[in-house]
Ligand binder design. Sequence first.
Ligand code: NAI
Length: 340
Amino acid sequence: MTRDSAAGHPDFDGHETVEIRQAPGLTAVIAIHDSTLGAAVGGCRMAPYPSLDDALGDALRLSRSMTYKSALAGLPMGGGKAVIMGDPARDKSPELLRAMGAFIDALDGRFVGAGDAGIGAADMEVMAERTVHVAGWRDGGDPSPATAEGVFLGIEACARRRYGAGVKGMRVAVQGVGKVGFELARRLARAGARITASDTDPGRLERARDELGAAVCGPEEILAIEAEVLAPCALGGAIRADGIDALRVGVVAGAANNQLEDAALDAALMERGILYAPDYVINAGGIIDIHCRRRGERVDARLAEIPRTLEAVFAESERRRRPTGEVADRMAEARFRREP
Ligand code: NAI
């Protein structure tokens, strides 16, 4: 199946290229959404998708987000994403990773892959035996600390906008204390915020409690906790239509991709007076880090752009009385859509 057959999928958005490889030992999708601003760069994710259709949908949605993310971060890159079907704990092997490297290589540099959920720097190194079009392993590896730093700066901007002050003394609920969530919680605690954390992995939750002094709660509870800020840092879809009434926060701002179950929920958040930081704006630190390492540029100055971009989105949202996600989309599209 290629682009033509993917065109019927509900998440298809005029993607330039969709390639599906179904070979013994590897079932994977590479989607390139838009390459107007440069070669498509994006993560390579491995997850136990229930069906090829689910994997395709994830690749289509995530590659689209990457176009918007890089455009609004001012990076000369397009948006793409690769997904591998399988359980990373059980199905990952050097052969599978080499086959994925060859799949990436077949796109001749139009897609550059980096690590993502289920795929780490060591895995990228194995893929690199078959292609030069991979990033985020030899040049320093894990972009999570940069992502966490960008989200932290973004939350500070949200707190100032919503409450007129930084996070010192504020209550922040962090959903998911994995690679990014833990680093974010550490920065927030250092800045004087009071953290409540949840995680489905008891070991990670204990670590947040023991090392950061975070209060802890159950995975469902975190979405109804009373706090100034909710930071979704687990998987996508944390904010659901049927959960909006239960929220007791003034700001939703976190690292997770596709935080809203439906993109149009930014309007419901706005109606409730909750300031929503569009996910791909606030979590751009990882892709910024990958770009800067490949170019040998300093990452700090570019990370400092994240709160500035958020402030521009918030100001425009207030001026036009439109929800923040919609405003960010229009600002990004103005950068990558060629006028007819
Ligand atoms: P991770 O896998 O290290 O952490 C995710 C954590 O969430 C894990 O500890 C997991 O146990 C926990 N979790 C899963 N379901 C949960 C639930 N229902 N409630 C509470 N906790 C739950 O992943 P990482 O790298 O920290 O990424 C987190 C999010 O940020 C993902 O959505 C990812 O796509 C996004 N992101 C990550 C970037 C990076 O640089 N790592 C860059 C941009 C976005």
